[in-house]
Design a protein around this ligand. Structure first.
Ligand code: CTP
Length: 394
């Protein structure tokens, strides 16, 4: 909930993609941010202020000379009180004006008068984007600390194919979170594992579990947002691959182990959220097992405990976080895993969190300091776990 209670000026300029600012507004409001929409005159040609203000739950400001009255906010207040300014979509014109220090309308004035971070999401024709002046303006702004997200390559509204599409709204939202996050894990190399593993019975069947991968993916996203370099080793999952990380897809426990062994030595922090199979079929049939017999027994053998291996190899500066999935004696069993696997933190949870958007976890450290968290969304839990890790670093 990085965006909760944050005051965000959302600048909308005149591009076809302006309609996507409506969806961005909806998502920002859903995250409990306060959105102050500011439209340029040409943005009003593409979407109506009424749509934007309805979704933002705040009046749209456009006029530099309007006085503070009723629900309207002065440009100085917009500039001084905002935590973040996002311009989505941003035209070449807006980028050029900001890069040249021109403030001839409300949006450019707010940008120039504010000390808040400015995130720009460009959208334009690909030839315009490639224009050397536009590129120089972008480079200049980046050098000055302005943040950018996109543009992306694809089909453009003008009929061209190329780079110039507004970034996906979900990526803009993530870039907003990024801009507002303290980089307390900068310099850290974080290895996260996520999802289930699959152990083959025959070419069409496997043994697995209900893990969705959500907890591990949330941890990977949060660690990256907090400035870490992240490797995410993931078992089969339907979740979209988080951006800005090294993604290593695996299927079996053995592949999970191989990937972890490869990335473990250079990792400074490891969070093992994967639900790795403890047993696998002793043999996997080369062809589909037919239903000839009345019963079928599958002999299983133990897989390697990856976290146990890591605990044994752990170097002093490495922080090792494990999960403990328990159905009984939760704290007691989790503490046992903390000791046996030489962990720094253990996150105890129950099957209620499997394949769910929320979970209820208890975090325990080596000093037996027990933190019982309430039921929370997995993004929030990821940040709470990483808060503990960051505190340990201090
Ligand atoms: N783990 C692992 N390798 C395995 C099994 C589990 O590295 N083969 C890791 C998990 O990623 C998790 C921790 O060990 O971080 C605990 O997993 P859990 O399933 O709770 O317990 P197990 O150690 O497998 O023990 P048990 O199933 O007996 O409770």
């Amino acid at each position: 909930m990085v965006l909760k209670d944050k005051k965000i000026v959302l600048g909308v300029t005149g591009a076809i993609a302006a309609y996507k600012a409506l969806e961005l507004t909806r998502l920002l409001v859903k995250e409990e941010a306060t959105v102050w929409p500011v439209m340029t005159a040409s943005a009003r040609e593409f979407i109506t202020p009424l749509s934007l203000s309805t979704l933002a739950r705040n009046a749209v400001s456009s006029d530099l000379f309007e006085l503070t009255e009723g629900s309207k906010i002065s440009h100085i207040e917009l500039a001084q009180s905002s935590d973040l300014i996002v311009v989505a979509p941003a035209t070449a014109n807006l980028i050029g004006k900001v890069a040249s220090g021109i403030s001839d309308d409300l949006l450019t004035t707010v940008i120039s008068a504010s000390g808040a971070p400015v995130l720009i999401a460009p959208a334009m024709n690909c030839k315009m984007w490639e224009n050397r002046i536009v590129q120089e303006n972008v480079a200049r702004l980046k050098k000055l600390g302005y943040l950018f997200v996109g543009p992306e390559t694809g089909e453009l509204a003008c009929g061209y194919e190329g780079r110039g599409r507004l970034a996906e709204v979900s990526d803009i939202l993530e870039a907003c979170e990024d801009a507002l996050t303290i980089k307390d894990l900068k310099g850290e190399k974080v290895l996260v594992t996520a999802g289930p593993t699959r152990e083959a019975i025959d070419p069409v069947r496997f043994v697995s579990n209900a893990s969705s991968g959500r907890m591990g993916y949330a941890l990977a996203r949060a660690a990256r947002r907090r400035g870490a370099e992240v490797v995410l080793v993931s078992g089969p999952s339907y979740l979209p691959k988080p951006s800005g990380i090294t993604f290593v897809p695996v299927t079996t426990a053995e592949e999970m182990r191989d990937a972890c062994v490869r990335y473990y030595p250079q990792s400074t922090i490891v969070v093992m959220a994967a639900a790795i199979a403890d047993y696998r079929p002793t043999k996997s049939y080369p062809t589909k097992v037919k239903k000839d017999a009345k019963t079928l027994s599958i002999e299983m053998e133990r897989t390697v405990d990856v976290l146990h291996y890591m605990g044994k190899k752990k170097k002093e500066a490495q922080i090792l976080v494990g999960f403990a999935l328990e159905t009984e004696n939760i704290e007691e069993n989790a503490k046992k895993k903390l000791g046996e696997k030489n962990l720094d933190l253990v996150v105890a949870n129950t099957p209620a969190g499997l394949d769910s958007l929320t979970n209820q976890v208890t975090i325990i450290n080596r000093d037996n300091d027990i933190e019982v968290l309430p039921p929370l969304g997995k993004d929030e839990i990821a940040d709470r776990i990483l808060d503990r890790v960051a505190r340990m670093r201090e």
